[in-house]
Design a binder for this molecule. Sequence first.
Ligand SMILES: *Cc1c(COP(=O)(O)O)cnc(C)c1O
Length: 382
Amino acid sequence: MSKKKLGLNTICAHVGEIKDEQFKGAVSPIYLSSSYEFIDVDVKRYPRYFNTPNQEYLAKKIAALERKETAMIFGSGMAAISHMFLAFLKSGDHIVVQNTLYGGTSNFIREEFPKLKIEFTFTDGYSVADFKAAIQPNTKLIHIETPSNPLLTITDIKAIADLANEKAIVTSIDNTFASPINQNPADFGIDLIMHSATKYFGGHSDICAGAVAGSKEHMDRIWNVSKNLGGSLSDFTVWMLERSMKTMGLRVKKQTKNAGKIAKWLEKNKTIKKVNYPGLKSHPEHKLAKSQMHGYGAMLSFELANGIDSEKFQKALKLIKASMSLAGIESTVLSPAKTSHSLLSQEDRDKIGISDGLIRFSVGIESIKDLKEDIQQALNKQ
Ligand SMILES: *Cc1c(COP(=O)(O)O)cnc(C)c1O
């Protein structure tokens, strides 16, 4: 069976299964050995070498979903990002990073790169011209995030890949928000595709993990650094992640459908000032999103009308939880200014448009009518 011909849900359900030869069980066994034979073996296996059976096989599913040769699984999304960056950047190198970006990635760059003398430029905006203007002679990596957290801006993936290619710069994308179900950046020429697997891969708010997919050559570079940094994931959790990923296609498609409906409904609501969702015609990059995404994703954000206190609103929700993180099957909301982007200065937040009243909404699989009712009753109380 060629992987290319398999449908999305078949990849989710089956690629990278470990056959239980001994007992013929239906699911992959867990291999918890941290010690493997080293004489007369093809692979010297060790958990921190990212090559225990469960790690190696689940990586095949991730690579197939992202249409890349190979992949690695990490202990968190930030482990994936930091190991990836450190594999392609050394002292004196420069990275161009999109300004609208996951807060943790931004913190990692601002706090750690000066110590390592790695230079960085955050773009002014997210247009191709903004990226072009930020490139330096020593630029080795361009990192983008689309749709971005929490404003759901859309970056032109192909244009950035082409720009970088021209100058032999490696490209990476944080594909967490879209998930491989809604977006495959490999089709547009992006080199490295990373995920916080804590989000849609896990999907049940009970796993912390990360992943990177790329060519064998690029992933070898990452492996060479990662084996020293040691950010691998426990095989228990790798196994949990495999189980979760079997339903990723189903979950994300339902969540995406719900998000589209909620976004349209919120946009009509007079107590909502603005809705950010790439699937809306009012979204400035709606057409671009349409051209590079299979679905518009299940994340959106919105601003309440002046005078409504966002914390009071979130407290009034009964079904939808005000909680950190995202992408679980349950709907959650949060205030980026108070959580993911709290370490940025007020000035930096204002610059990228993260207001105190902005609410990020991770849409779950619940019945749409119940979600709408919950939001409406919370708005009615304001
Ligand atoms: C959560 C998240 C991360 C970081 O992942 P962790 O698993 O929390 O380390 C990176 N990028 C995006 C877009 C995220 O949402």
